[in-house]
Ligand binder design. Structure first.
Ligand code: SF4
Ligand code: SF4
Length: 312
């Protein structure tokens, strides 16, 4: 297990490319370079994170299922007794993908399924029909039963502000865990008043609790403050050249004062409100599980392509 909070949970962006056009996703505004993680970068980064005992999640501003190595890499991490999750979108569940995903044995799968209301779903995810998305998702749900922890992630926006209970009860009937989180502005990068109105919480504190226990690594091994950084301006280091401990120390120094990045001054990410813990990082999987459950209880869930690591 990590000796420092900084790498307890790591989002690995194996690609920042995606064929979908979700309304709540600002990925069109990415100005840092776009591409797919190479074998060499993955080998170096994953070896460091596996040695550290991080909980790795394939996610970020892109579609991890579009990466040709995704299943091999999930299996490789699992074979080294490390935990790995993945966040996916139903649009990527083409023929045979669900079966291959299950066979690769991730610890957890989070499906971004924004709404169970057809008109809301199709407005937020205009590249696929609700019926098709639901059919593909149900196939994966059936394949995952008894094998892999699966969770549905819904989103509450200005066009479905009252649908949360209906959402959770819909998935509960299918014996699937789910939660709905409020849409936030992705570090001020989401500009769409039809579905999202900026909130003010967190901004005044200048702090970010999420930053303490969560790291974000791009396809080029850059460690950024989080996935809301679309420019690369929050660079803290690079896992090809820097050790985990050096980057952890840099993060510690940043945490000691106000977040120095301009993206943080516009960020209404709910988890930034989490008060950084003074206790030691989790020593084993059970302690890690309890930690993330405690955040869930505080109702500080992450949104959309971010998410609470859910290896439980
Ligand atoms: S939310 Fe995910 S699936 Fe949708 S456009 Fe963004 S990266 Fe792609
Ligand atoms: S304040 Fe927001 S943008 Fe800054 S590191 Fe935290 S989550 Fe990311």
């Amino acid at each position: 297990m990590p000796s420092d909070w900084a790498f307890v949970s790591v989002d690995m962006e194996i690609t920042n490319q995606c064929g979908s056009e979700c309304l709540m996703c600002p990925r069109d505004s990415i100005t840092r370079s776009k591409g797919m993680m190479s074998e060499e970068v993955f080998k170096t980064v994953s070896e460091k994170l596996i040695r550290e005992g991080s909980l790795i999640t394939f996610s970020g501003m892109g579609d991890p299922l579009s990466h040709p190595k995704v299943f091999e890499w999930i299996s490789g991490i699992r074979n080294k007794n490390c935990d790995v999750g993945i966040v996916i979108n139903p649009a990527s569940l083409h023929e045979g993908i669900s079966q291959r995903l299950i066979e690769s044995r991730p610890n957890s799968i989070t499906i971004s399924f924004p709404s169970i209301q057809k008109e809301v779903f199709e407005r937020l995810c205009p590249t696929m029909s609700f019926e098709d998305g639901l059919k593909r998702t149900q196939e994966l749900v059936n394949l995952s039963r008894g094998n892999i922890g699966l969770r549905m992630a819904g989103i509450r926006t200005e066009i479905n502000s009252d649908g949360s209970e209906e959402y959770v009860s819909f998935w509960k009937k299918l014996d699937v865990r789910s939660n709905v989180t409020a849409c936030h502005g992705r570090g001020g990068n989401l500009w769409n008043p039809d579905i999202y109105r900026p909130k003010t919480f967190g901004l005044e504190s200048g702090r970010c609790g999420l930053f303490q226990f969560h790291a974000f690594v791009t396809w080029e091994a850059e460690v950024l403050a989080c996935c809301h950084d679309l420019t690369g301006d929050t660079r803290i280091g690079n896992l090809i050249n820097d050790s985990v401990s050096v980057i952890a120390e840099r993060k510690q120094n940043i945490l000691g004062s106000s977040m120095p990045f301009s993206v943080c001054q516009r960020c209404d990410e709910p988890l930034r409100q989490y008060i950084p813990t003074q206790s030691s990082p989790p020593k084993n999987r059970n302690e890690r599980r309890r930690f993330f459950h405690s955040i869930n209880r505080d109702n500080l869930s992450l949104c959309q392509s971010d998410r609470l690591p859910s290896v439980y």
